[in-house]
Design a protein around this ligand. Structure first.
Ligand SMILES: [Zn+2]
Length: 243
């Protein structure tokens, strides 16, 4: 779903053979540090997504792409509308602008050999200012190794991250061309749901359709709360925000 390159029509695989679980970057305790390189050249490569954080009836929290455009009315996104009318219902959070950075985190073994792992670092909208400062100084951003330091205790909402350039060359910190190709988080970390899916969630606390709402042999639905299926609804484009 979403924007695709027409040159790649027909190359989509039906299997999930390349599907890898995304790893998230995190520093757990105050003063924890990590050595990283961002997998972005400029600010334009960095993805910003408007999303809702929702908690389902199993207690699982999910990130759902907001269906509304910047200036679109609340009615365009059932979660936006519901949240504005029922702010007390903590299951469905209001729309948030989140930034998803891709980076590689380096680890050094006892013999000094460096290995790395690609991860996603999710930050809030406030981080944009810090990011502007970095891309202004380091261009392309991926050509600099940084040390990130957590400044805040676990659970402290005012936690900040110090991002310090490590002087010296980048030769010993590998980063391949393929590492710079980042998949959109929309459709993976941030799920895309339809208006119908969102309305089902508001009513039932789950995205799963209840079996008794399926059409029976007479073509009538077996409940009073007939819902259109996803197929009946116009295609809704996930909202990607420019940073
Ligand atoms: Zn929304």
């Amino acid at each position: 779903m979403g924007k695709i390159d027409i040159n790649n029509f027909g190359t989509y695989s039906n299997t999930n053979q390349n599907k890898e679980k995304t790893k998230f970057f995190s520093l757990k305790n105050d003063s924890d540090v990590a050595q990283i390189r961002f997998c972005h050249n400029t600010i334009d490569d960095i993805e910003g997504v408007a999303l809702h954080s929702v908690k389902d009836d199993q207690g699982i929290t999910r990130k759902i792409s907001c269906l509304r455009d910047y200036e679109g009315p609340l009615d365009n996104c059932p979660f936006c509308k519901y949240n504005s009318e029922h702010p007390e219902d903590k299951r469905i959070g209001g729309v948030q602008n989140r930034i998803f950075l891709t980076l590689v985190e380096y680890k050094q073994d006892v013999e000094g050999k460096i290995s790395y792992e690609k991860k996603v670092w999710e930050r809030g909208a406030k981080f944009k200012k810090e990011l502007d400062g970095l891309v202004k100084r380091y261009n392309p951003l991926c050509k600099q190794v940084f040390e990130i330091e957590r400044q805040g205790q676990p659970g402290d909402s005012s936690t900040k991250y110090g991002i310090y350039p490590i002087p010296g060359g980048i030769e010993e910190f590998p980063l391949t061309k393929a590492d710079l190709e980042n998949k959109s988080v929309v459709g993976s970390i941030v799920a895309v749901k339809t208006v119908d899916d969102m309305n089902t969630f508001i009513q039932t606390g789950s995205f799963l359709k209840k079996r008794n709402t399926e059409t029976n042999t007479t073509g009538q639905t077996s409940t009073d709360t007939q819902q259109p299926t996803s197929e009946d609804l116009p295609f809704t484009q996930p909202v990607r925000r420019r940073l």
